[in-house]
Design a protein around this ligand. Structure first.
Ligand SMILES: *Cc1c(COP(=O)(O)O)cnc(C)c1O
Length: 377
């Protein structure tokens, strides 16, 4: 069978040893056996988030955790600041509006980052703001934000600091507690190397105080229910048992290697990918590239979508395209989760062949040589 390389920023390849764990016979969740697995997975996840607070696991895609981070701590008419520099920042704003929360947007040019001073000014002008909602890696533009600097500002106010780390966790540096993050939201299908279907929220002490005051409607995603169940047994509703078994294996794998070492590996793959593209004469879209995913500008006269299609049909490499105004202009290759050195090198090799086929001129093998030099392949 021809090999396929899934290079999209979620879902990402699931390593064989994790797939094998998930293929074992079904067990029931209200058992000591499952509860031990669930606790191990959750405690292991805390090491990856770098938090000593709570982490709750929901059966949903990542967006469910985004919604949870709004409905559990806010009330109708509350004001929040939302950084909108791409699709996912915009989504936080859309969810908030759907619940009658007033959004004060900080609009950032796609591919750029929010300046911490602007967050500070906006907070000063709006002292009644209940939260600042932003993103670690804005996946749609492959841009990493300075969460540490923003956290240093928000922690001096009464506002909560809520960060979407869905694509960044495990590839971009992240420290939940040290950076003053009150709620970090994540999903299973990116850096955590398991299939889609689980979502996570970390919850700080400051966030718990907001939970007590929150009046927005909530049922399935109610943090209080998850806290009670976690202390007593497992989850308030049926756990996605198979995915949690996979999660336990995945967090063990990451923690055995060390979170920092894991991130360093992905940083290196991202650098190899970026430098290889530059060697081919291509430009990187983002001004502050993430290590989770890279967005590359298609060369003049060639549609990014044609590159993606050719890579998929002829070379078995799946890249992602651009969203909204970036459609046809960029292609994105990821570096997170189960994406490894082989994926990185093979995808660059295929990219060279696809570009040549589309009539783009470059120095043959310059991309692959650059990638191999960095990755030692
Ligand atoms: C993938 C992603 C999401 C959305 O997650 P779903 O699992 O599709 O709901 C949200 N935010 C970011 C930054 C993402 O990369």
């Amino acid at each position: 069978m021809k090999k396929h390389y899934l290079m999209t920023p979620g879902p990402t390849p699931v390593p064989e040893e994790i797939r094998n764990e998930m293929a074992k016979p079904m067990i029931h969740h209200r058992t000591k056996e499952y509860q031990a697995i669930f606790k191990d997975a959750t405690e292991g996840l805390k090491k990856i988030f770098k938090t000593s607070g709570d982490i709750f696991t929901f059966t949903s895609s990542g967006t469910g955790a985004m919604e949870a981070s709004i409905v559990n701590v806010l009330s109708p008419g509350d004001k929040i600041i939302v950084v909108r520099g791409g699709k996912f920042g915009e989504r936080f704003g859309d969810i908030a509006k759907a619940y009658g929360v007033e959004v004060i947007p900080i609009d950032v040019e796609w591919g750029d980052v929010p300046k911490p001073e602007i967050i500070k000014e906006t907070l000063n002008k709006n002292p009644d703001v209940k939260g600042v909602y932003t993103t670690l890696c804005e996946t749609s533009t492959a841009t990493v934000y300075d969460i540490k600097a923003i956290g240093g500002i928000v922690r001096q106010t009464n506002a909560l600091f809520v960060v979407d780390v869905i694509s960044g966790l495990g590839a971009d540096k992240f420290e939940n507690d040290a950076w003053g993050v009150d709620i970090a939201v994540c999903g299973s299908q990116k850096g955590l190397m398991i299939p889609p279907g689980l979502a996570f929220c970390s919850v700080s002490q400051k966030a718990w105080r907001a939970v007590e005051e929150s009046k927005l409607p909530k049922f399935y995603f109610n943090f209080k229910k998850y806290k009670k169940s976690y202390l007593e047994t497992d989850t308030p509703f049926t756990s996605a048992i198979t995915l949690v078994i996979g999660l336990k294996k995945a967090v063990e794998t990451i923690n055995a290697k060390g979170v920092d070492n894991t991130i360093a590996e992905h940083e290196n793959m991202a650098r190899a990918f970026r430098e290889a593209c530059k060697a081919l004469g291509l430009n990187i879209f983002s001004k502050h590239p993430s290590s989770a995913v890279t967005a590359v500008n298609a060369p003049a006269g060639i549609s990014a979508d044609d590159i993606i299609k050719l890579l998929k049909t002829e070379f078995g490499v799946t890249f992602a395209g651009g969203q909204d105004t970036l459609k046809g202009k960029i292609f994105r290759g990821a570096h997170m989760g189960g994406i490894d050195t082989e994926h990185t090198i093979e995808s660059i090799k295929a990219l060279e062949q696809a570009l040549a086929r589309l009539g783009y001129k470059f120095k043959a093998a310059s991309g692959i040589d650059t990638a191999k030099k960095i990755l030692g392949g």
